[in-house]
Design a protein around this ligand. Sequence first.
Ligand code: GLN
Length: 491
Amino acid sequence: MTDVTAMTATQIAGLVATGAASAVEVTQAHLDRIAAVDGRVNAFLHVDTEGALAAARDIDARRAAGEELGPLAGVPVAVKDVLTTKGVPTTVGSKILEGWRPPYDSTIVERLRAAGTVMLGKTNMDEFAMGSSTEYSAYGPSRNPWDTDRIPGGSGGGSAAALAAYEAPLAIGSDTGGSIRQPGAVTGTVGAKPTYGGTSRYGLVAFSSSLDTPGPCARTVLDAALLHAAIGGHDPRDSTSIPAPVPDVVAAAKLGATGDLSGVRLGIVTEFGGEGAEPGVTAAFNEAVATLTKLGAEIVEISCPHFRYALPAYYLIAPSECSSNLARFDGVRFGLRTGDDGNRSLEEVMSLTREAGFGPEVKRRIMLGTYALSSGYYDAYYGQAQKVRTLITRDFTAAFERVDALISPTTPFVAFPLGARTSDPYQMYLADLFTIPSNLYGGPGISVPCGLSDGLPVGLQVMAPTLADDRMYRVAAALESAVGTFTPPAL
Ligand code: GLN
């Protein structure tokens, strides 16, 4: 048997289904790979060796008993540490939740288990999913397998790095402003943000509730679609969950893989052109556009005049929601408690706990949000940002009357060196220039590798109308069929 860690999820599932490999063998191979390389990558905050092997044994027993198993049975998956896992540490990359073992599984994790996947562990992330490099993790940054002196993106850099380092064939991320797509782009992997409400937020530690969207990460478009299908769909425990089935993303990925895009109209956002993206990214994107044309797609330029206000609107809306959501971390109910010596007031203990437990970026967001929501400023900042959000949504709606999907580079720049953007928050925020608009609108977006710039991966983003997630998979799979997948130099 060739090394299973080099295989796609689809191939691994095939091996397990036919009995050519056991889920235990597959799991052990990935655990061995993690042991061999994760010291250099730091993709994992917690490896659940015992839990993974127990889950794998269960799959093998069920297969032996003749049970019908799902299309991902026996496939290992890495889960971003933003999702609760029963009895397994969940830190959100923060000291404030260090040592917390949730008493319940998030819906996504519950569905992963039901699908027969094997959870290897929890992946590193920027604290509370705020960041674009994992450098804001309280547990040290993850590193990009393409060049370990560079960032793997963020906030879900651990999930993307685990895929690119062949530590896991599948991973889960969460995308509030780009945290699935941007890490995918800079690691040469695939990351999809589903339609908001298409994947459950139950058990997802909240950052910005009107934007947070869990979703699939993989090394191929078809694998991402299979994972999307396994985790998506209505959840009565999430009040913003959409009561509709997930579109057939797997069929769409298979259709796309035939490499035929005739009849598909794709729009390039004029406002993204020229401005923002570095030359190597623009060159790779333009080449991908030429490829899409060869595959039969019709390309048109589309103006979305309000997209240029997306980043500032996001940095009012997301911090506002975070300042409210993070109020629950007070040292009383769970996680860290500091300074409770019996003499201090409750307020003092809360304040000391939050001072010690939150990192500088999280504090910055809480302060920004508290300010934007405060009386006298509410209309000028938060209210104004909400109006901009409506205008951006209208841009999308108008665009989708003319085209099936929009395309752009996923990020303005390739993976940057560790430390290059930590001293200026704005430089870090720019990483999500092209991904934030679809979060504000709520529609799906995917990043698929489209080429290299100076030996580093570049991603192409496909954005589709809400509830038309299948469209983006078709386009992404077609591009993948033409340009192939991207493997980093051996670690
Ligand atoms: N980088 C963006 C931020 O820091 C997006 C994060 C995310 O999608 N979770 O807010």
